[in-house]
Design a protein around this ligand. Sequence first.
Ligand code: HEM
Length: 415
Amino acid sequence: LPAVYLSRSARRGDAVGRLMRDPALREQPYGLYEELRARGPLTGSSLGLVTTSHPVAQEVLRSDRFGVGWDRATAPRLVRWALQFGDDPTAAGVAEPPSMLVVDPPDHTRFRRLVSRAFTPRATAAFEPAVRRTAERLLDDLERRDGVVDLVEAYAAQLPVLVIAELLGVPVARREDFLRWGAAAAATLDPGLPLGRFLAAERALRAMHRFLGEHFARLRREPGEDLVSRLVTLPPDEALDDRELHATVLLLLGAGFETTVNLLGNAVVLLDAHRDQWDALRGGDASWDDAVEEVLRLDSPVQLTGRTARADLELAGRRVGAGMRVTLLLGAANRDPDVFPDPARFDVTRANAREHLAFSGGIHYCLGAGLARLEGAVGLQALGERFPGLRVAGRPERRDLQTLRGFGVLPVAPR
Ligand code: HEM
């Protein structure tokens, strides 16, 4: 199992193994990224090759000589197979059917095209009033609470899940279930997940797919105007099969809230530590959109992804054999000093923050980037305006995750 492999590497002191295992490094990985950067743009590790370089990561993401690789789609299924789980999304349970995130063209193109219409800049902009309304409603609730509040639980987690549930047309009343399932399932993004957490994720995914199966059946009988209704009633020549349908909706739902919660939490902690910039934003002397870009760059909600070489090739002056894995440390690429001067500095007026790779690049560039940006800017602005004196009031706790980076608990005093 990869977990066993990684824990061995961790004992040997391999940098990437340590990153996955050592809670202190999970809390603060940026020193280690700099150690890796000092070894050159592409370096070996227990995960195969690793890059901290912005241009190298970008080259890999944009190149059709790299694919998403065997491990994303196949490894989890192999492990499940070894554990005697079924592979049928509709019957006993799921195992992760392949979503657009884990497949190459032509399947990638087919899956993405079916849903991309719901995420065009126009469609996203039309959603702004709904995002604002949702944010204000949550802040009304927050206003009625006294003392120190966990901002993740009360706001940062709620806003994205309510928005994506509305957009997809899944019942918002089930949002606490989604949050619970999503949190367990998010761990499956981490390489070398310990078996116990893998099994918890498996259970959560099964529950989520059971819910989705029932929801699809309901919509087939009584379709609405929403995205999921459209997906379940596609004409036969376009229709997704059951596995594909489950995978697509699960991805949209999960990606829709598991990442944006981290953007909001990371932003509040950074702005609290840079009060002058928080004040400039509230006073209209800096832009919320720019602030979102700088948070995405400096403390990226998705810290890493990877690709696999589809042929023998050369990258950053090294030979890379077909089938070799390259891990892209997006969180490190976003602090590449050759692209971002004084990269560890938080500056909401930074001219080129938008060049970050927090939303990845190439054909898998985040489909929800526009929506995430909207939720980030609207969510932070609404919070800043309603609670000008909001302060972090206790120790924020990082989530126990490596690929996703954010806070699980964020105590604040709103007034
Ligand atoms: C893909 C980041 C919010 C939907 C991705 C990838 C990244 C990412 C890094 C690509 C991973 C790779 O290349 O391997 C983020 C961040 C977000 C965010 C940082 C919030 C701050 C959202 C939202 C949605 C969404 C709100 C809404 C549905 C997707 C989808 C993909 C994706 C569907 C797969 C695209 C593809 O494979 O073609 N996201 N995301 N994301 N994201 Fe996001």
